[in-house]
Structure formats: structure tokens, C-alpha cells
Design a protein around this ligand. Structure first.
Ligand SMILES: Nc1ncnc2c1ncn2[C@@H]1O[C@H](COP(=O)(O)OP(=O)(O)OP(=O)(O)O)[C@@H](O)[C@H]1O
Ligand code: SF4
Ligand SMILES: [Mg+2]
Length: 382
């Protein structure tokens, strides 16, 4: 593979809290290639937002200790001076935050915020920047963009503000776009419009995308690869087909099993298959278990090492055929990868941090031991 847009290596974040140190991100390593979309999924509190805020130096230094490396086009974001980071945010890395109000200045008009962002990173006249700003607002589906430029954030609805934030993030055609629940608050038509826009940006500029979401339907539609987080760790990653069709970690299976499977047969009296939930709650980051982070909730824990030893992220299979192909020859609905990486896909490993998938390396279909009672790997995400 060519040099990735982003290469994160052993990212760790410890926060100072009144209850003691909280290890919220614990050794995250992944890459995002040019034009590739990596979806990050996981329960609330698993460290998704903190892990990306750490990349851009957006965690308060007095409470957060961040270690590891995160090379954006070869340059380590975590070792950059604050001034260099400010330069890089925008054209290097654009971010859409979970809460749009945190990234909009309430006392400046939308137009001023967009125009300033465009002009800060390029030699553009004010009128040209304003015209570009109006175009961007049009592209994110904001009605009457010329008027919207003169409005303040509080004059717009939540969904409109979110679209403005997306427009700002896209305005400098960044090499890396981080979208944290960017479209969750938007209706499906606007969501589809934004996704199209991001894909266009990827095609034109090779933008790498990190897409954080709870919506596995969106993941199936846009992601090339998926990273599943639990307790601040990556417990599974792989191509979208591997992770959604052949999940190897019991947590991923539980996550997929908690979704309705629209393709499942309906019973004679109209009954539909029951959804399975992952019982229990994630561990607090101030008190992580010493062994497998999923151990307290794992329905299949059986290996003597589970309680005391952290399972490493190990390869369970290599991506099989091309885009959309699965072991059974079927295709994940809507899972057309947006990146042009079919040539690379044959080498992409499918990894999971669990003792129970051991010994399956090299097989196309990891036989996870004792998975009865967990969600069907093919359930949901459709
Ligand atoms: N400023 C902070 N101070 C203390 N703890 C924090 C802070 N920000 C986040 N945390 C803790 O860090 C952990 C990870 O939080 P994070 O916001 O990254 O979760 P998330 O996976 O993005 O969840 P969600 O899906 O709800 O957005 C949580 O336990 C959270 O309580
Ligand atoms: S390592 Fe053990 S506790 Fe962890 S997910 Fe696998 S079986 Fe469950
Ligand atoms: Mg979050």
C-alpha cells in the first residue's frame, strides 16, 4: 500500500479525574489510506471521541496525557507545536465534532466563520471566499445559502448548524476528514447528500476519512474498513465485509446481534427473530479489568487466560476476494467501498483481540469457539 494518510501507533490517553487516572484509550494502532473510509464503532464511552480529539491536540493538557505517534502524511501530530497544529487543522485534517455548537463561534456570522477558514489557508479574495462559502452551504443542502451566510449560529436549527460545521470541515479539502457522529442528527435524505459529498471529496482529493458512528447501516454503506472499540481498545478490525459478515470477537457479535436483521424470515404468525443485547455495562476507565477488557460481560469466556492476560490483536483471517465478496459469495447490502483499494484488499488482515479466535489465522471463516447464545454474525447491519 502507498504511504497512508494517517498512521496511528500505540495511541494512549490517560485523563486525570476525581476518581483517579482514567485510561480511556489504550494502545490504539491503525492506518487510514488515501481515499479510504475507516469506520469506528463501539458503545458509548468506549473512547471513540477522545481518541480523535487527542490526534488534533484538542484535549486539555492539564487533564490529558497523550502518548504514541500519529503520522499525518509522515508528520507526527502528537509531536507538533501548537502553532504547527493550528496550520494543519483545516487543510491537513478537518473535523466535524459530535456537538456542532462546540465548533461554531456564537458571536460571528456563519459567513464570517466560513470565509475566515477559507482565507486562513489560501490566497483567496474576500468575494471569492464568500462565493465558495455559499457553494459549500448549497452542497451540504442548506436552504437559501446566501441568506444563511449572514445569520448567527443560534438562528439556525441543530441540523442546519451541523451542516455548517460539515461545510467548514470540507472547505479546505483536507487530506484527512474526521467525522464524529457527523450525520446522526440529520434526516436520511440530507445524510445521503453529505455522504455523497464526502465521497466526491475522496475521489477528487484522495481524502482519508475516519467516520465515527453508532449506525451500522451507515457503516455498511460507506466504510472500507471497520475498527471496533471497547474499553479504549481496538477489539477487532478488518474490511467492512470481514467485520460485518464474519465478526470474530464476541463483543462485535453482540453489537451486530442487537440489530434487527431485515433479511431474516418472518414466522407464520408474523413473529420476528428476537434481538440479543450485550448484557452488563462497559468497565469504567478508572478500573479496567487486568485481562481481556470484555471479560466481565463475555458470554463465551472459557480460556484460563481471559481473566488475567490481555489478548493481543491477532490476525484471524486475510481479506478474501474483492469488494463486497463474502465467504458465502453473498454481498453486504450497500457495502460498496468508497476507496479505490481493491488491489490492496487482498492483503488486509482481519484482526481480533480475543483468545477464543486463536488458531484460525489464514482461514476465510474464523471458527470462534463456543459462540452459541451470541448474536448471529450475519445478523443486522443491513
Ligand atoms: N473531559 C473528560 N474528563 C473526564 N473523563 C472524560 C472526559 N471526556 C471523556 N471522558 C471519559 O472518557 C471515556 C471515553 O469517552 P468518549 O467521549 O471518547 O466516548 P465515546 O466512545 O465517544 O462515546 P459516545 O458514543 O457516547 O460519544 C468515557 O468514559 C468518558 O466518560
Ligand atoms: S478473550 Fe475470553 S473474555 Fe475476552 S472475548 Fe475472548 S473469550 Fe471472551
Ligand atoms: Mg463520542
Amino acid at each position: 500500500m502507498n504511504q497512508p494518510v494517517l498512521a496511528v501507533e500505540d495511541l494512549r490517553v490517560r485523563l486525570r479525574t476525581p476518581r483517579g487516572p482514567a485510561d480511556v484509550v489504550n494502545g490504539l494502532s491503525y492506518t487510514v489510506g488515501a481515499g479510504e473510509t475507516v469506520a469506528v464503532v463501539g458503545e458509548s464511552g468506549s473512547g471513540k471521541s477522545v481518541s480523535v480529539l487527542a490526534l488534533l491536540g484538542l484535549l486539555p493538557a492539564r487533564v490529558a496525557t497523550v502518548t504514541g505517534t500519529a503520522r499525518l502524511q509522515g508528520e507526527d501530530l502528537l509531536a507538533m507545536s501548537p502553532d504547527r497544529l493550528r496550520e494543519v487543522r483545516g487543510p491537513g485534517a478537518g473535523m466535524v465534532f459530535q456537538d456542532p455548537m462546540t465548533s461554531l463561534n456564537p458571536v460571528l456570522t456563519i459567513g464570517r466563520q466560513l470565509v475566515e477558514g477559507i482565507r486562513a489557508h489560501g490566497d483567496v479574495s474576500k468575494p471569492a471566499a464568500r462565493a465558495r462559502a455559499a457553494d459549500l452551504l448549497r452542497e451540504v443542502g442548506l436552504p437559501d445559502p446566501d441568506r444563511a451566510l449572514d445569520r448567527y449560529p443560534h438562528e439556525l436549527s441543530g441540523g442546519m448548524r451541523q451542516r455548517v460545521v460539515i461545510a467548514i470541515a470540507l472547505s479546505n479539502s483536507p487530506s484527512l476528514l474526521i467525522a464524529d457522529e457527523a450525520t446522526t442528527a440529520l434526516d436520511v435524505t440530507v445524510q445521503a447528500q453529505i455522504i455523497d459529498l464526502v465521497e466526491k471529496l475522496q475521489d477528487e482529493h484522495g481524502t482519508g476519512v475516519i467516520w465515527i458512528t453508532h449506525d451500522l447501516g451507515v457503516v455498511a454503506g460507506i466504510a472500507d474498513r471497520v475498527l471496533v472499540m471497547y474499553g479504549g481498545r481496538c477489539v477487532e478490525d478488518g474490511t467492512v465485509d470481514d467485520v460485518l459478515e464474519r465478526p470474530a470477537h464476541p463483543y462485535t457479535r453482540g453489537l451486530l446481534g442487537s440489530l434487527p436483521d431485515l433479511a431474516a424470515p418472518v414466522g407464520p404468525d408474523g413473529e420476528v427473530p428476537e434481538l440479543t443485547a450485550v448484557p452488563g455495562l462497559p468497565p469504567p476507565p478508572t478500573d479496567l479489568p487486568p485481562g481481556c477488557v470484555f471479560w466481565p460481560r463475555c458470554p463465551v469466556r472459557s480460556d484460563p487466560r481471559c481473566e488475567d492476560e490481555q489478548p493481543p490483536l491477532a490476525i484471524v483471517s486475510r481479506a478474501a476476494a474483492g469488494a463486497g465478496a463474502t465467504a458465502s459469495g453473498t454481498t453486504v447490502s450497500g457495502a460498496t467501498p468508497s476507496g479505490a483499494h481493491e488491489g490492496d484488499r487482498a492483503h488486509l488482515p482481519h484482526r481480533a483481540a480475543t483468545w477464543c479466535a486463536e488458531g484460525t489465522s489464514g482461514t476465510g471463516s474464523p471458527a470462534v469457539a463456543g459462540t452459541s447464545g451470541t448474536g448471529s454474525p450475519s445478523g443486522g447491519a443491513r
